[in-house]
Write a new protein. Structure first.
Length: 62
């Protein structure tokens, strides 16, 4: 299985961290964060775990 270069996956990490920062700023300003925001945050977290877990398995455990 050919994986993309690690730098390519950093793009998704960068977008994910921007999203997390925006949600945190909304909470700090007292604005109500919509439920879809937390669902998307869960999806970002799960995708990160899957991608990083796959990389760890393929490069270090296999």
């Amino acid at each position: 299985m050919i994986l993309p270069e690690p730098e390519f996956l950093d793009i998704f990490g960068f977008i994910g961290f921007i999203y997390i920062t925006v949600l945190a700023l909304m909470q700090l300003q007292g604005k109500k964060v919509p439920k879809i925001g937390f669902i998307l945050l869960l999806i970002v977290g799960l995708l990160g775990v899957i991608i990083d877990g796959l990389i760890v398995y393929l490069y270090f455990l296999k």
